[in-house]
Design a protein around this ligand. Structure first.
Ligand SMILES: [Zn+2]
Length: 195
């Protein structure tokens, strides 16, 4: 990768989607490898352990950041380190980039030509575990309101409708015994298995 500052394709600055974001510092060609998603290569078991840790943290601090990335069937990449600039790239439901694995490395590449100053985004492709923890602020027309891979959108919309129906029910019923405060993960899971 070229390291010449005038050639560097990206720059970090404040984003309207979420906190900081990564933006095109110049015109980016379609298919260009913009930035590598770096991190620590870890086993699935370790990844699961860290995911739970992150989850506990996010419940405590209210920040729902997830930086675990599927590399292949055996390994994931934990990209939570500060030196992984690509962790700042936001999700979009209509992204201009995609994350692609090239020779065992995760690259963020341009899905189309990107103009200078455009915010870079890719589809995080989350499954529906903990979907309620990841509201999407991409502002795209088709955005279902939460971050999830496109293949989950139909199911996600159903889950949202079910959730809203349950909320309406709780609102309408007299306060009886306190509902247990299950995590979003559990709510998501039970709603899934009920279908
Ligand atoms: Zn969205």
């Amino acid at each position: 990768m070229s390291t010449g500052t005038s050639q560097q394709a990206y720059i970090v600055r404040e984003s309207s989607i979420h906190n900081k974001g990564v933006f095109a510092a110049r015109v980016v060609r379609k298919g260009e490898q913009i930035i590598q998603y770096k991190g620590e290569k870890i086993s699935k078991k370790e990844s699961e352990r860290r995911a739970l840790l992150h989850y506990d943290d996010s419940v405590r601090t209210g920040s729902g950041a997830v930086y675990l990335f599927i590399l292949n069937k055996k390994y994931d990449v934990d990209g939570s380190m500060e030196w992984n600039i690509a962790r700042l790239i936001n999700h979009s439901c209509e992204p201009n980039c995609e994350a692609v694995i090239i020779q065992g490395k995760i690259w963020v590449i341009a899905k189309r030509r990107i103009k200078e100053g455009e915010e870079l985004a890719f589809d995080y492709g989350f499954d529906l575990d903990c979907w309620q923890d990841h509201p999407c602020r991409c502002g795209k027309q088709n955005c279902p309101g939460y971050i999830a891979g496109k293949q989950y959108w139909r199911k996600l919309r159903k889950l949202i409708a079910e959730r809203d129906a349950v909320h309406a029910e709780i609102f309408a019923s007299k306060p009886s015994k306190k509902k247990s405060t299950t995590s979003a993960k559990k709510i998501g899971k039970s709603a899934q298995s009920a279908t």
